[in-house]
Design a protein. Structure first.
Length: 362
């Protein structure tokens, strides 16, 4: 069964798309700053990233392609016409990119830039149009080898020729719209639909008068290197005080095994109620040695009892209440805070040591 997710970057209004099947996945138009988020989603869905696809050399954000290659071993696939370095596969019109038992077909759709591609799912139920075709609009044509005539032909011949019910997913939308269809754009796109011809379209596009993208001078050179930073270092901070995992929801978690290895150097904060903390007969009996017990309901007032200079691992029965505790700690300014994945239930299941006597806050 096809797995599909539409992800969003609020800074550049960029959509990133995840397609998955049979344990493998593609990412279309990944954003550098969200590589951790995307990797977390892939892990939670049990998918291995085989390739990142960029629809074009973006001018408003930096691609996450290089970061994903370093972390996941995925290949970087871009248009041969884009002239980007660091790519593993240079795509041409008519190529296919396989993931699991499915594939997308590559369609060259130049006009916004000369290296624009669109990707059509194998059953033509979905197409990912980059900036060539937006919802009731299209990408600009006044820089990066843009051409109104080329874009008009690309959209009409390669995208609006798809089945009427084919869903179209753009690289951007600045109004919060998420999806359209071939039938809708043929009927309602003011630039490319209805009875508009190339003369109408060119007149429209040549008089837009838009300012150049704010990040263009930074983004274009970086994207011509497939998002590889100049110093080869990922710009995203990863906590170094323990082996942590970032969830798709944005929560740093630590496994019981990892916590057992660093327990002496961190503060373990148990946010259960006192009777749970000391109960020797519950399904999550006892507590972790040296744990500080502050009920979640009291944490907003009592977090000052913790040492803000040392990392904190929040613990509860299952990991739900402690996740909220991490949110509260971060709001209070304790940045080095993580949640114990699975809580005391998982700690017990792994046979890790517990004690029954309560300890008090320092």
């Amino acid at each position: 069964m096809l797995t599909f997710r539409q992800l969003f970057d609020t800074t550049s209004s960029t959509y990133t798309y995840l397609l998955g099947d049979s344990g493998q996945a593609l990412l279309i138009d990944p954003v550098f700053e969200h590589a951790q988020r995307d990797a977390a989603l892939l892990r939670e869905l049990g998918l291995s990233l085989v390739a990142t696809l960029d629809t074009h050399v973006h001018a408003d954000h930096i691609t996450g392609a290089w970061l994903h290659k370093q972390r996941c071993g995925s290949i970087i696939a871009v248009a041969a016409a884009a002239g980007a370095q660091q790519a593993d596969r240079l795509l041409q019109h008519g190529d296919t990119v396989v993931f699991g038992q499915r594939h997308v077909q590559v369609r060259a759709t130049p006009g916004h830039t000369n290296g624009c591609l669109s990707f059509v799912l194998d059953d033509q139920s979905m197409a990912f149009t980059g900036d060539a075709l937006l919802i009731r609009g299209c990408g600009r044509t006044d820089f990066q080898q843009g051409s109104p005539g080329a874009l008009f032909r690309s959209v009409r011949e390669q995208l609006l020729s798809l089945p009427p019910g084919c869903l179209l997913y753009p690289a951007h939308d600045y109004r919060g719209l998420t999806v359209t269809s071939v039938a809708e754009e043929l009927a309602f796109n003011p630039r490319l639909g209805g009875q508009a011809n190339v003369v109408d379209f060119s007149g429209y596009m040549n008089n837009l008068g838009l300012p150049h993208p704010r990040l263009m001078d930074l983004a274009v050179p970086a994207n011509l290197q497939s998002g590889r930073p100049a110093n080869n270092l990922a710009a995203q901070a990863v906590p170094d005080w323990a082996e942590l995992t970032l969830t798709f929801g944005g929560m740093w978690e630590i496994s019981p095994e990892a916590l057992a290895g660093v327990a002496s150097s961190v503060q373990v904060l148990d946010v259960r109620e006192p009777h749970e903390f000391n109960d020797a007969f519950s399904d999550a009996s006892g507590h972790i040695g040296h744990a500080v017990q502050i009920p979640l309901a009291q944490l907003a007032e009592r977090w000052v009892e913790l040492d803000a200079t040392r990392p904190v691992v929040a613990v509860c029965r299952s990991g739900a209440r402690s996740a909220q505790a991490v949110v509260l700690l971060r709001k209070a300014g304790i940045a080095r805070a993580a949640n114990l994945a699975g809580g005391m239930l998982r700690w017990h299941a792994l046979g890790l040591p517990v004690v029954g006597a309560a300890t008090s806050a320092p």
